[in-house]
Design a protein around this ligand. Sequence first.
Ligand code: GLU
Length: 413
Amino acid sequence: MSGRAIVQNQFDRAADLINLEAYMRKILISPFREVQVEVPVRMDDGRIEVFTGYRIQHNGARGPCKGGIRYHPEADHDEVLGLATIMTWKTALMDIPFGGAKGGVTVDPKKLSKLELERLTRRFTQRIAIVLGPYRDIPAPDVNTNAQVMAWILDEYSSRQGYTPAVVTGKPVSLGGSLGREEATGRGVMYVMQEYARDFGIPLKGGRGGVVIQGFGNVGSHLARLLDSEAGAKVVAVSAVEGGVYNDQGLDIPALLAHVAQGKPVPEWKGGKRVTNEELWTIPCDWLIPAALGGVITKEANAKTIDCKVVVEGANEPTTPTADIILEERGIAVIPDFLANAGGVTVSYYEWAQNLQQYRWTHEQVNRELKATITKAYTSVRDLAKEKGVTFRTAAYGIALQRVADAERLRGN
Ligand code: GLU
């Protein structure tokens, strides 16, 4: 099922919950503006290769559109639209003053040199600059993009518009980025888990089942580090593209991070048993955290056999709707993506605010505000789920849809 279909399906359930009118459903599901561009890039050998890029602004009723840019061979129109839509619900649920957007270029960045990547980023920025701006649409990192890519976007945009740090978030700290932004998504996942652990009696500290993390990129690696060092949790398995490692006594996370920092693959680390990416889904645990790409928990592959108490969606759209229903029937709770992984965009909001104020926050202040914002959102989801007898996902959608619908009505729609 495509990203778009996944979102539509989940949307319908929540729209029914809050009795949303037909016309409002149409406004809320359809994108505000879609931009598709060709991105010709001069390669190192002199050839020109032409890539396709997208920037889709799903909704801007609550504020400027906001969302990351991903570089991936499978990034296409439907995927980017689905992800842009989720950003609208994510910013609404966090109650931060943004709408939702997403960008993508259909490219395998691992096949590009650093200079080719820079030229691609600059050309893509030139082509979408007309719809960007600190009060219009503000990109950020996503899959396969990082602070360096954001620095190029800042430079390219500013070279025409004048210095505009607030046009992009997730920048290097020395170029106006925020302290705590890089780890923010992982940190937010941990805060949500700590709340859930307390409310539902599945302890993180001293818990027996432990945590399994699929994906060791920006989200998974920071999350593993924080769960280990701050939450006192036992991380029993992690995986990356090449495979994973498992130790039921808990992995030595600082040692694993040091191994990966040397550029070595996760499965080659000797502190645990090597597991394949398929085997990872069968490991018994309390918490299972998909923290890489979408569509990895499916009816066919693993939804019937996953052996955990809670799935925490660190990635965007990791669970297909049919798998979601199977997990529900099996009594496995799911903490949905736009609650669990909202720490990134929440600290992006603080970065944007710091840029507009030309004032810097301390790391402690960023973490304190993040904890307050994401915990408040978590509590509202937990309470509505209990009151209506629905899943966390449906409750989260209900709250988000209501907020965006209210903003649309106040603007006259
Ligand atoms: N790409 C991240 C997300 O999916 C962050 C977006 C942002 O900071 O604007 O939430």
